[in-house]
Design a protein around this ligand. Structure first.
Ligand code: CU
Length: 532
């Protein structure tokens, strides 16, 4: 459910669309063209040093674009894929050059009393920062801290500087702005990109030598916060068949490819399928949320909540077959927004499918299998979590409250026994634990709408759904909790094993719903992990 309280801002923004600043963001691909991967930036000698500039423009259709631009000799490209190895350093200089006049929106949080990290002032729609979703790195200034990091327009670049842990699981992560109150607007505008920790082939030789595709699915509303039609995009190409022709993914007949798909939408739950002549095909699922599965398995539908990632092997059909990549419809409940079925791309099978379709953008090949030592699952973060004895059991719940006829809807995530309240920047942590703890959290949904639970800094093991043990226990960083069906029905729930053993994640960070409107409206709280 979208909040009525934001209509005012929406109307304001609609008005501002007429005062279009000169296009600051790169052109996005035309509908019906071949889907290109983003430019990859790779670490060299253990360091990936890159610059990104956040800009804003409005396209001819009235869609707001927020773009994280990277300068190349051939012009600016947006949201490059950052590729690093375990143990590498990421040094990212980010500048905020948003020139829109949206600051009058004045929805900023009071950050007084908080330490300053970056620029001072009140957050506005022209402020930004960066969250490295899924990375298990410290929640401190210049690393992955969304609570105090603030970049203001026109100020010098802010440096993010962090080491990818040596035991970080290889896989697909992503980065996006996370200024509380404005996250939805900027991610809706497209400011999000993929980050890959290399080395999946060492753990999962099935992917070795395959052509690798990175598909970032985004969602754009004309004006976020207003109910109504939206468009999905795949690598920035609008996927709105039949209004527009389908984006095209090229494959060779029967070719196997390794697809790495990020749900970078603001609120879409996506049951993904690859269909040949209308029939769902078996996809070999390798990893979820950047964490390799204990055992790869075949699935015909892979459900990705907003912010979720899936990495899987797709085999193309023989020549002369029709194949599509599709997101099925998904019900988010009586007060949720409908997630409609949408073809994401048409798979065109041809013997001469080009493996490197563009000049500034490129298709990757996973490294061939090496006889060299393979990494074992026991050597990556969170290994053996299922065998740990939990040190605490907590219960949390999502809930919504209607504020009368025209009142705003409040969105809460609450520790059972505490008072329901929306997030405030200078609030105290609602949970305090310590390094070394392993906790079981039951997270219930007491709202008539599906929510997506996400916690920063760690992954968790999904052990139970609705009180029943899960057969395939996977490590996740975002998980859907379906809507409550109302009085007389039990609350849907998940049981998650939270791993706070790693001393590098000590500090204060957040957990929240990854429907970004809900997060912006306060369905979020802080947790403090004390050092040992
Ligand atoms: Cu939510």
């Amino acid at each position: 459910m979208r909040s009525v309280s934001r209509y005012l801002l929406a109307i304001l923004t609609c008005g501002l669309a007429f005062l279009r600043p000169a296009a600051q963001c790169p052109m996005r691909p035309d509908p019906g063209t071949v889907v290109q991967d983003a430019l990859s930036l790779r670490s060299v000698n253990g360091v990936l040093n890159a610059e990104l500039t956040m800009r804003h423009s409005v396209d001819t259709g009235g869609f707001n674009h927020y773009c994280l631009n990277h300068q190349t000799d051939k012009g600016d490209v947006e949201s490059p894929t950052l590729r690093l190895n375990q143990g590498d350093h990421l040094v990212l200089d980010v500048k905020d050059r948003i020139e829109s006049a949206d600051d009058s929106a004045g929805m900023g949080m009071d950050m007084s009393g908080l330490p300053v990290c970056g620029d001072t002032g009140t957050p506005t729609l022209s402020s930004t920062n960066m969250h490295f979703h899924g990375l298990n790195v410290p929640p401190i200034c210049h690393q992955d801290d969304v609570l105090t990091t603030l970049l203001q327009p026109g100020k010098p670049a802010f440096e993010f500087n962090m080491q990818i842990p040596k035991n970080e699981p290889p896989g697909l992560y992503w980065y996006h702005p996370h200024v509380h109150g404005f996250t939805e607007f900027q991610v809706n505008g497209g400011a999000a990109g993929a980050l890959i920790v290399e080395g999946m082939e060492k753990l999962r030789p099935q992917v070795a030598g395959l052509t690798q595709r990175v598909f970032v699915i985004r969602q754009q509303y004309l004006v976020p916060w207003v109910p109504g039609p939206y468009q999905l995009t795949i690598n920035y190409q609008v996927a709105a068949f039949p209004t527009f022709p389908d984006p095209i993914i090229e494959m060779k007949p029967n070719e196997k490819q390794f697809w790495r798909v990020a749900n970078a939408t603001i609120q879409d739950f996506m049951p993904l399928q690859v269909q040949f002549n209308g029939k769902p095909q078996k996809l070999q699922l390798i990893a979820l949320d950047g964490y390799p599965l204990a055992k790869p398995r075949f699935e015909d539908t892979i459900l990705l909540p907003p912010a979720g990632r899936a990495e899987f092997i797709v085999q193309a059909p023989p020549q002369n077959n029709e194949a599509i990549f599709i997101s099925l419809a998904y019900s988010t409940g009586p007060t949720g927004n409908p997630d409609l079925q949408q073809e994401l791309a048409k798979i065109e099978v041809s013997k001469d499918a080009d493996e490197t379709p563009a000049t500034t953008q490129e298709t990757q090949k996973t490294k061939p299998a090496e006889p060299a030592p393979r990494t074992s699952m026991g050597s990556i973060k969170f290994a053996g979590l299922s065998k740990q004895k939990p040190t605490a059991l907590r219960k949390l719940y999502f809930s919504e409250e209607f504020g009368g006829t025209n009142g705003p809807i409040q969105f809460y995530v609450t520790v059972d026994g505490q008072k329901q309240k929306v997030f405030e920047a200078n609030e105290k942590p609602v949970i305090t634990t310590h390094v070394g703890a392993v906790e079981d959290w039951i997270v219930e949904n007491r709202a008539l709408e599906t929510h997506a639970f996400h916690i920063h800094q760690i992954h968790f093991l999904l052990t139970e759904v609705d009180g029943k043990p899960v057969k395939d226990q996977n490590l996740r960083d975002t998980i859907e909790i379906p809507f409550w069906e109302g009085p007389g029905h039990p609350y849907p729930s998940v049981k998650l094993r939270m791993d706070f053993r790693d001393p590098t994640i000590a500090g204060t960070f957040v957990f929240h719903c990854h429907i970004l409107l809900h997060e912006d409206l306060g369905m979020m709280h802080k947790i403090l992990v004390l050092p040992k």
